[in-house]
Design a protein around this ligand. Structure first.
Ligand SMILES: N[C@@H](CCC(=O)N[C@@H](CS)C(=O)NCC(=O)O)C(=O)O
Length: 132
């Protein structure tokens, strides 16, 4: 999405998560963690979605809108990136659990974590029309 927001030409290389393609050497050569997503920017490889967002914003957003340098604003952006990484990602995993009919052992825990994250978002959006 950030590539689109910044109007950066890019190619998307499909990797089939369900088939475990991210564990194959052609992908682990890019990201030893064997996790999606990863970005290859003319040979500069970045893995982890939060790191990719920070890289794109810092490297390509000359106006500094998406990852401002002002310490408190940057800190707020980081806080919500971490929230996305933990609590909001838990909702995505809850969805995968249901869609892929995986064991529901952790479903309640994931949903609870997700709800807690949404409550933080609601709280932040109650004060302002943006979170950072
Ligand atoms: N914190 C990482 C999490 C990455 C992650 O968990 N990716 C999942 C797909 S959304 C994955 O590839 N998992 C590998 C696996 O399930 O073995 C990020 O935001 O990039």
């Amino acid at each position: 999405m950030m590539l689109g927001v910044l109007a950066l030409a890019h190619d998307i290389v499909p990797v089939d998560w369900a088939k475990g393609e991210m564990k194959e050497s052609c992908f682990t050569d890019i990201n030893l963690r064997a996790q999606l997503p990863a970005l290859d920017d003319n040979g500069r490889v970045i893995w982890d979605s939060q790191a990719i967002l920070v890289y794109l914003a810092r490297h390509y957003d000359d106006a500094g809108v998406w990852f401002p340098g002002e310490p408190m604003t940057m800190t707020r952006v980081m806080q919500f990136l971490m929230l996305a990484n933990e609590e909001i990602a838990a909702l995505a995993w809850a969805r995968v659990t249901i869609l892929m009919q995986q064991s529901r052992e952790r479903l309640g825990e994931l949903q609870e974590k997700g709800r807690a994250g949404l409550a933080v978002l609601e709280d932040a959006l109650g004060e302002s029309n943006c979170v950072a």
